[in-house]
Design a binder for this molecule. Structure first.
Ligand SMILES: Nc1ncnc2c1ncn2[C@@H]1O[C@H](COP(=O)(O)OP(=O)(O)O)[C@@H](O)[C@H]1O
Ligand SMILES: CC(=O)N[C@@H](CCC(=O)OP(=O)(O)O)C(=O)O
Length: 293
């Protein structure tokens, strides 16, 4: 009996959070280890379905960088990155779209449906969901004081997200979105998934953005977790090189969401079972939260 009451107590602990987030939207970027480990895949699907059944409007945006890399390797094509973005010529774009909107997207839809949810797979092309524009990267040379614009092909940023299409899908389904966009001329673009998740959260006026990754969150130089970051601290963390590599687009995505009106953005460890529930339904949460200030 004691154990049963303990179970009830654990359920009741979630009540204030269920009340807080009932009817609100939460956008989750799914990627990294949580997307390949079988036990973690199941726990992720269960978390997402539970959120939906307690009345939280959950949207999943997925990555797939490693899966694209594998496919390109099989085809004998090298992966090249500039500022964390994959250089994407026309041939690479076709492969990126095949992997993201094809196999990865459908695998996640199947995963959620297999666990009893109702997921629907979308790419930015479906219903013109994600309007993109071409990304041009500016490379500064502070020494000789020049700047050069680098064209990395079919790589985009998000201009807008068609909220009407998304909301109509959210009424009955859990949308699972592949990070592909189209411009006014229906050119296809490959977009960093963290940036897509942030834009979806912003346009949806979501309560939270959660980015799953393979580290405990943002770490300081002594490898200790920084549990909370204010947007005003980000520049100095970049300058002193606490934040490098893949963490830069992630923190930029969090800042973009928070500046765009999303209450909190979180970078959490997808290697922890039920990491999404632990973040949403506990006081302390896990990982790093990014807040305005
Ligand atoms: N301060 C930091 N704290 C944690 N990770 C960092 C930090 N700076 C750079 N990183 C790097 O960022 C990586 C996460 O980015 P990325 O590999 O792009 O993640 P994902 O594939 O999950 O989108 C970490 O594995 C780590 O190598
Ligand atoms: C422009 C760009 O780099 N796009 C990414 C899209 C997938 C992605 O972002 O996947 P992860 O979150 O798993 O890294 C790419 O081609 O790898």
């Amino acid at each position: 009996m004691e154990r049963m009451i303990e179970k009830a107590n654990i359920l009741i602990e979630a009540l204030p959070y269920i009340r807080k987030f009932y009817g609100k939207s939460i956008v989750i970027k799914y990627g990294g280890h949580a997307m390949v480990d079988e036990a973690l895949k199941s726990s992720f699907a269960e978390d997402i379905i539970l959120l939906k059944y307690v009345g939280i409007n959950v949207v999943v945006v997925h990555g797939g960088g490693p899966q694209i890399g594998e496919m390109l390797k099989k085809l004998g094509i090298d992966s090249k990155f500039v500022s964390g973005m994959r250089v994407t010529d026309k041939e690479t774009m076709n492969i990126v779209e095949m992997v993201l909107a094809g196999s990865v997207n459908k695998e996640i839809v199947k995963l959620i449906n297999k666990h009893g949810g109702k997921a629907i797979g979308l790419s930015g092309k479906d219903g013109n969901l994600i309007k993109a524009k071409k990304l041009l990267i500016t490379k500064q040379d502070d020494f000789v004081k020049t700047s050069e614009i680098i064209d990395i092909g079919h790589v985009g940023t998000v201009e807008s997200v068609n909220i009407n299409v998304l909301k109509s899908m959210m009424e009955n389904f859990i949308p699972v979105i592949a990070p592909i966009g189209v411009d006014d001329n229906f050119e296809t673009y490959n977009i960093n998934a963290d940036l897509v998740a942030a834009s979806v959260a912003k346009f949806l006026k979501a309560e939270k953005l959660i980015l799953l990754t393979d580290v405990p969150g943002v770490l300081d130089k002594n490898k200790n977790l920084i549990s909370s970051i204010k947007t005003s601290q980000i520049e100095s963390l970049k300058k002193d090189e606490t934040l490098t590599g893949g963490m830069i687009p992630k923190i930029d995505a969090c800042a973009d969401a928070v500046f765009g009106g999303v209450n909190k953005a979180h970078i959490i460890d997808g290697r922890i079972k039920h990491s999404v529930l632990l973040e949403i339904f506990t006081d302390s949460g896990i990982g790093t939260q990014v807040v305005a200030g």
